[in-house]
Design a protein around this ligand. Structure first.
Ligand SMILES: [Zn+2]
Length: 339
């Protein structure tokens, strides 16, 4: 089988296609033929060396495929089942896993970061790391939408978003989670202000029902948000770039959710944090329950899948270049139709 391997950090050209033997499933594991793997912001950070990754590493974390082999006789998934992979593996048995706080599990490993990922034709994973694919979506659409929507759901639930609240969503070129958060916040009854860098993202945000849009760089973000909210500010901010400007855009008791770990550090306005009683949230990987909720939204047609641009595995370098400028509502997917 073919897979992508990262042996050194750098630009897209550091990624290599290699041949490897097919995985042998351990007890409780199944082998998935990976049909589609979306490339996102964290994949770019892995390649650039912006996350703590041991090399060599097979990248890829947002994937779906078909179960082709199971080892244990008592598995929940059968050969031929179409499945979405969870982004992280955990023990499934400790208190933290039971509470849905998988990140705190001592055996927590993230696909494509601390564990070989899904840019491969075959992958062996514990069956608890799978959920059924939404039926109405292609593999490419499911890979491009389920995980970003689950991440958006995770962060909006932790932010305790209420209907009628105002959400400021900062759309960034390489981040799909903020795009998913826009649709989900609308569905939850919130008023969305979408701030975007390019015209196409502004237009798509409007077509998806954003209450107001702001073209970043043409307007002063803080002034615009204050004007739109009649000086009150936003109740929730979802930002993919950890921009401290958001401290000037928030209402008292606001929740600020940062999606990306990109950038070394930034200044937190501690006086404003305490004075306004703000909450700062760092987005984590979604739990199995949140991934299942995301598949439910997509199955019911409540949320639209993003537009997909597909590449074969041999064109991984071009795919990564395309992912660097994908836009908030367009996803790049590596497809293996014959895996
Ligand atoms: Zn655990």
């Amino acid at each position: 089988m073919k897979r992508i391997v990262l042996r050194r950090f750098g630009g897209p050209q550091v990624l290599e296609v290699e041949t490897a033997s097919a995985p042998d499933p351990a007890p409780g594991e199944v082998v998935v033929a990976v049909r589609a793997c979306a490339l996102g912001e964290r994949d770019l950070q892995v390649r650039e060396g912006n996350l703590p990754v041991e090399l060599p590493r097979v990248p890829g974390r947002e994937a779906c495929g078909v179960v082709v082999q199971s080892c244990s006789p008592a598995v929940s998934f059968c050969e031929g089942d179409e499945v979405v992979l969870l982004p992280a593996l955990s023990c499934g048995a400790c208190l933290f896993c039971a509470l849905g706080r998988d990140r705190a599990c001592a055996r927590y490993r993230r696909l494509g970061i601390d564990h070989d990922g899904a840019l491969t034709e075959r992958l062996a994973v514990p069956e608890r790391a799978l959920v059924l694919k939404p039926q109405g979506l292609t593999h490419a659409e499911a890979a491009a939408s389920v995980l970003s929507l689950a991440c958006a759901h995770e962060i909006l639930m932790r932010a305790k978003l209420r209907p009628q609240e105002t959400v400021l969503i900062m759309l960034r070129r390489t981040d799909a989670v903020a795009g998913a958060a826009l649709q989900l916040a609308r569905l939850l009854g919130a008023r969305v202000i979408a701030a975007a860098e390019d015209d196409e993202d502004v237009q798509i945000a409007q077509s998806l029902g954003a209450w107001n849009t702001i073209k970043v760089r043409q307007a002063d973000l803080m002034d615009e948000v204050r004007k739109i909210t009649v000086r009150r500010g936003a109740d929730v901010v979802v930002d993919a770039a950890n921009d401290p400007v958001v401290f000037g855009c928030v209402a008292p008791c606001a929740r600020i959710a940062w999606l990306s770990g990109r950038g070394e550090s930034c200044t937190v306005d501690a006086r404003r944090l305490v004075d306004l009683g703000l909450t700062l949230l760092g987005a984590g990987e979604p739990s199995r329950a949140q991934v299942l909720e995301a598949t439910g939204f997509l199955d019911r047609g409540d949320i639209d899948a993003p537009r997909v641009h597909s590449f074969p595995m041999e064109r991984i370098i071009q795919a990564q270049r395309a992912a660097e400028s994908a836009g908030a509502f367009r996803r790049v997917v590596v497809e293996n139709p014959d895996a």
